[in-house]
Design a binder for this molecule. Structure first.
Ligand SMILES: NC(=O)c1ccc[n+]([C@@H]2O[C@H](COP(=O)([O-])OP(=O)(O)OC[C@H]3O[C@@H](n4cnc5c(N)ncnc54)[C@H](OP(=O)(O)O)[C@@H]3O)[C@@H](O)[C@H]2O)c1
Length: 327
């Protein structure tokens, strides 16, 4: 496992880290035992950074991470998120009182005195017109409740606004073979400002593992079943917002590019690591074998310029026309 700096935090984080949404909920059933096995495998593979949120399984994901930290002696940095406990997303909801309550709850769930990194969890775009919210976050840093803060965003435009705030240390954004827009302008700006980038949904919710077919089915409590048409949250979070059949077709084109002995998941993650603005990719994993495979991407040699050009061309011709303008 290789490590990269995360913005100005001084942390060196594993370039393949761990996304802990699926072990919390909304992805079908995962037992505590399976979740802890996946988390332990991540640490065994050199992962030292975990992304979670207060709403994943209503706190279950955070509590499982607290268990992991009890079991392991390695240093593990945990990024959590706040904001999605609001019944509906309003900028007024990001008040001092609400933020304080969410932070206190995450501190209890994670069994720590200070949160390493608190991210606003895809707040409304208008929030970036309200510097007072970032002032409140500065106060929580001063009070020792959080070490650093960042944001998770849906759109590139929000990412660009967020990094105007000088103490935003990280931006979490969807970035993968099927979501290439962040690389256009945002990556250069983030590098300039020394802002860390967490590449989320790196496998397009599993599409880029190459394991799905047009007759694959998903459990009723899996968002790949219940959120395909924006029923619950932004559809960009489900299969990266890409039409399922178009995604399958494009996966087959990418499959032609795999070097011998490299899996589709490894290739997709290694593609992300080709961008040095990225601090880490945070693939989700429900089973230890998945985590082990994903971490192997860090050991692969760089992809060839030809393969990079091909992935860009597949995106431009097939996927981009459908999604590029949306996020
Ligand atoms: N708004 C936000 O801030 C936000 C939104 C989304 C995600 N995130 C963060 O980003 C993280 C990653 O995104 P994500 O979990 O949505 O999507 P993802 O990483 O693209 O996909 C993860 C899923 O793909 C499957 N998978 C992973 N590795 C695999 C492998 N090697 N072989 C076969 N299947 C594999 C697993 O599900 P199955 O086995 O069931 O197929 C896994 O749950 C999340 O965990 C979360 O921490 C944040």
């Amino acid at each position: 496992m290789k490590y990269r700096s995360l913005g100005r935090t001084g942390w060196m984080v594993s370039e393949i880290s761990f996304g802990a949404w699926a072990i919390g909920g909304s992805w079908g059933q995962v037992s505590d035992q399976e979740a802890l096995a996946a988390l332990n495998q991540a640490v065994d593979s050199g992962v030292n950074f975990i992304d979670t949120a207060d709403v994943y399984g209503d706190g279950r994901s955070e509590r499982l991470i607290a268990e992991l930290k009890k079991e392991r002696k390695e240093e593990i940095i945990v990024a959590t998120k706040a904001g999605r406990r609001l019944p509906s997303q309003t900028t007024e909801g990001y008040s001092r009182e609400n933020l304080s309550a969410w932070i206190e709850r995450s501190l209890r769930n994670l069994a720590v005195e200070t949160l390493d990194l608190l991210q606003l969890h895809c707040p409304p775009t208008e929030l970036y017109d309200r510097p007072e919210v970032f002032g409140i976050l500065d106060d929580f840093v001063q009070a020792g409740k959080i070490r650093y803060y960042g944001v998770s965003v849906q759109k590139v435009a929000e990412a660009l606004r967020a990094i105007e705030y000088p103490n935003v240390q990280s931006v979490q954004i969807i970035f993968n073979c099927f979501r290439q827009r962040p690389a256009d302008l945002f990556f250069a700006r983030a590098k300039q400002g020394k802002v860390g980038i967490l590449a989320r949904v790196p496998l397009a919710s599993g599409l880029l593992t190459g394991k799905f077919r047009n007759d694959s089915t998903f459990a009723a409590d899996d968002h790949r079943n219940f959120n395909r048409h924006v029923e619950s949250f932004d559809v960009g979070e489900t299969f990266s917002g890409v039409d399922y059949d178009l995604g399958l077709e494009s996966v087959e084109e990418i499959r032609q590019l795999l070097p011998a002995g490299t899996s589709m998941s490894e290739f997709a993650l290694r593609w992300i690591l080709m961008f040095d603005a990225v601090s880490c990719a945070i693939p989700g994993g429900k089973r230890s074998e998945q985590v082990e495979e994903n971490c192997r991407a860090s050991d692969l040699p760089p992809l060839t310029p030809e393969a990079m050009a091909e992935v860009e061309s597949i995106y431009k011709q097939k996927i981009g026309p459908q999604i590029h303008h949306r996020w």
